[in-house]
Design a protein around this ligand. Structure first.
Ligand code: 13P
Length: 256
């Protein structure tokens, strides 16, 4: 199959600089052994430290958001150019916490995705339904709308530089994971949406991650599924020993 398996930590608003330094140094040897791609998405204040410490290692650094404009009067925002300039390679776009607390919309997700791609950053685009939406039986409708919106105006070459993360909102930080089958079903559905738009070759090459309470206990089962090509991990990315287990599971899952 040859899809890239990517295990990405999303630290969210955690870790002061000394704590970040310690964790990254602990992660380096685990990442060396890993056969999947290892990414850590860290708060802006830790990005330079992370880039510095990971130079010459197998860990790639990502940010947790970027603005869609390259510069201007946007107090408190950081542009994709600024991230690229300091050596960041990935950026999380449209995380449900940004949709929920910071008025992120499908339109701004699309604009941020384009801004990231324009400067050569790889966006990790997050989609996923709320609990009420799953209970209403509209998971696929929600995920399709979010996915189609995020990829609007992207070329096939753009798609090759994206990752999409299926993160059911009800599973984030709740300890309630989607079952392997639930996660696989939606990840396969996302691949089908991409195949309809860009053809099966592009869709087959796209890394589709699962995120939502992925942890050392459940990772192997999720990652063994055919359409789950890695994880976007919150809580379990904050401890080196936990994240190490996920890296191992990533290597043992599908072919990297
Ligand atoms: P948890 O792994 O803490 O549930 O967070 C998942 C997530 O939101 C990753 O982006």
């Amino acid at each position: 199959m040859g899809r890239k398996i990517v295990i990405a930590g999303n630290w969210k608003m955690n870790k002061t600089r000394p704590d970040a330094e310690k964790l990254i140094k602990e992660l380096v040897p685990y990442a060396e052994k890993a056969t999947c791609e290892t990414v850590i998405c860290v708060p802006y204040t830790n990005l330079e430290t992370a880039v510095e410490i990971t130079k010459g290692t197998k860990i790639k650094v990502g940010a947790e958001n970027c603005h869609f404009k390259s510069s201007g009067a946007f107090t408190g925002e950081i542009s994709a150019e600024m991230l690229k300039e300091i050596g960041v390679e990935y950026v999380v776009i449209g995380h449900s916490e940004r949709r929920q607390y910071f008025n992120e919309t499908d339109l701004t997700v699309n604009r941020r995705t384009k801004a990231a791609l324009k400067v050569g950053l790889k966006p990790i685009i997050c989609v996923g339904e709320l609990l009420a939406e799953r209970e209403d039986g509209i998971t696929e409708d929600v995920v399709e709308l979010q996915t189609v919106a995020a990829y609007t105006g992207l070329t096939a070459d753009d798609v090759k530089n994206t990752i999409i993360a299926y993160e059911p909102v009800w599973a984030i930080g709740t300890g309630k994971t989607a079952t392997d089958e639930q996660a696989e079903e939606v990840c396969a559905f996302i691949r089908k949406i991409i195949a309809n738009k860009y053809g099966s070759e592009i869709a087959d090459g796209l890394t589709v991650q699962y995120g939502g309470s992925m942890n050392p206990k459940n990772a192997a089962g999720l990652l063994a599924k055919e359409n789950i090509d890695g994880g976007l991990i919150g809580g379990a990315s904050l401890k080196a020993e936990d994240f190490a287990v996920l890296l191992q599971a990533g290597g043992a899952g599908n072919a990297c």
